[in-house]
Design a protein around this ligand. Structure first.
Ligand code: HEM
Length: 241
């Protein structure tokens, strides 16, 4: 057996992003599930407003963390970069075929950063969380009149003579009915994307966790601990030093 060697992989900002994102998604999924089943659970309008407000505040942390990661993909170490994170680039298909063949043969090729198959999973996760972030920010503006678009929506639905900055959620007397109905129609497709994005993210997150566990077991490596310590231990020379 070759000697084990420890390599630095995930820099501190990447690790912080990962765990803040994981907690954020957990919180958003949890509160989102209650919002989704609000009527069945008999939640009052006041309760719905509290839940949506909580969801949006967790959402802001989640969005800021995501924006930070986008910036860090330009500034961070090579394993944090777009090039090593997303599929594509010169020789990608060849490396994907080779990794899949080695995985099936039971001798997976060693990678320090994401392996070529993992990069496809990461891309899916990234797209889904970005979609949730964009649609969520828009929805936050419509019912709660929260930033970044809340002021604009409030101005467009306020009843004549009502100061838009005083609008509160679920107060039909304060809204111009036609403008409010138009806003509800406008938000509908975004709400649908947010809901189905949530289901897709649930499935992708479960696949992500399963893939990490399978890789950890099959490669006997340090995949999970590396997201805490930043270091991976390999017995063979990695293909992506
Ligand atoms: C991982 C990310 C997210 C997940 C999994 C998620 C999940 C959900 C779910 C399941 C619902 C209930 C959908 C429904 O009732 O039809 C919901 C609603 C909502 N989400 Fe998110 N969400 C995420 C991110 C965000 C973000 C970043 C924001 C804004 C900052 C946000 C704002 C909202 C709002 C305002 C609602 C209420 C929509 C309504 O009034 O019907 N979400 N979310």
């Amino acid at each position: 057996m070759n000697e084990l060697k420890s390599y630095p992989v995930w820099d501190a900002p990447t690790r912080w992003f990962h765990w803040i994102n994981a907690l954020g998604v957990l919180g958003l999924v949890g509160v989102g599930l209650v919002i989704l089943n609000g009527s069945a659970l008999g939640i009052t309008n006041a309760g719905k407003i509290t839940l949506k407000t909580l969801h949006v505040w967790i959402g802001y942390v989640f969005v800021l963390n995501l924006c930070w990661r986008v910036v860090w993909a330009f500034l961070g170490n090579r394993y944090a970069s777009w090039r090593r994170m997303l599929p594509g680039g010169p020789g990608y298909l060849r490396s994907l075929r080779s990794y899949v063949a080695s995985f099936i043969a039971g001798t997976p090729e060693p990678y320090l950063g994401h392996n070529p198959l993992g990069r496809i999973g990461v891309a899916f996760l990234f797209i889904l969380i970005a979609v949730q972030a964009v649609t969520g920010l828009l929805l936050a503006g419509t019912d709660l009149f929260y930033p970044p678009l809340g002021r604009w929506f409030a101005q467009s639905v306020a009843a004549p003579g009502t100061d838009p900055s005083t609008l509160v959620p679920y107060a039909p007397d304060m809204y111009d009915k036609v403008a409010y109905d138009e806003m509800r129609a406008l938000r509908e497709p975004y709400a649908a994307v947010h809901k189905y994005g949530f289901y897709a993210l649930l499935v992708t997150t479960i696949l992500h966790i399963a893939a990490v566990v399978v890789t950890e077991v099959r490669e006997g490596g340090s995949l999970v601990s590396a997201m805490f310590t930043g270091r991976k231990t390999l017995s063979e020379k990695p293909l992506d030093p």
